[in-house]
Design a protein around this ligand. Structure first.
Ligand SMILES: [Zn+2]
Length: 237
């Protein structure tokens, strides 16, 4: 086979592997981002619970103070029962005390509700914290795996690029420029095989019998008349 054609076939092999590795090198950092995003989400869930717990604690303190005020108010009203001068005043103070009792009962109920909420939030907080811890551990492991992979891919890329470039230098510049132009224009495939089915491996267009004969002789690189890719004959395995 023509040596330039052999170099082109080789170069295509390099470029196909390079494209796959470059795609992976692009994908891996996104995996790391996804790991970080999942972790941030778990942190946010915990923060939300903590904020709710804080608010509940403050609400509870306020309600407890309110209750103290109501309790004092009741004691004061009960004291006034001894100072009233007639029945009208007596029943007025009694109904005031009744209203205070209801207020107190309502306050106590609210405090109970807040205490229950506080307990629930504390349990949720513990769960969220455990989940976050587990995720942090998992994230550390996953990120280490992805980072190792990325380092390996990058080092494979740089050595493959060096090999590819040294092979590329064997081609005359205009031929290399043509190859690279086709590679770019034809989604990464500039060299296509033709086998017994007699179609271009790049565009699936049928190749004329005469062209097949020329391909088999392989005296010089030939182009597909349809897609413009370099063609080479591949004997059926
Ligand atoms: Zn073609």
């Amino acid at each position: 086979m023509d040596s330039q054609l052999l170099t082109l076939i080789d170069l295509q092999g390099f470029d196909t592997r390079l494209a796959a590795l470059e795609a992976e090198a692009g994908r891996l950092p996104k995996q790391i981002e996804a790991i970080h995003a999942a972790l941030a989400e778990a942190k946010k869930a915990l923060d939300t619970i903590k904020t709710k717990a804080d608010t509940t604690r403050k609400d509870l303190r306020t309600k407890e103070k309110d209750l103290e005020v109501v309790t004092a108010k009741r004691a004061k009203a009960e004291g006034r029962l001894w100072e009233v001068k007639n029945n009208t005043e007596y029943s007025a103070v009694l109904s005031e005390i009744e209203a205070i009792k209801q207020e107190k009962a309502q306050g106590e109920e609210e405090i109970l509700g807040l205490m229950e909420l506080q307990e629930r939030l504390a349990a949720e907080g513990r769960e969220a914290e455990a989940r976050l811890k587990a995720r942090e551990e998992q994230a550390r492991q996953d990120e280490a795996v992805v980072t190792t992979k990325l380092t390996a891919v990058e080092s494979a890329l740089s050595s493959l690029r060096a090999d590819r470039d040294s092979r590329a230098r064997e081609l005359p510049r205009p031929l290399l420029a043509d190859y690279e132009k086709i590679l770019k224009a034809r989604s990464g495939i500039a060299v296509a095989s033709v086998s017994s089915s007699a179609v271009c491996g790049g565009c699936r267009m049928a190749i004329r019998p005469q062209a097949i004969q020329e391909l088999k002789a392989a005296q010089a690189p030939m182009l597909c008349e349809n897609c413009g890719r370099y063609l080479y004959w591949q004997d059926p395995a």
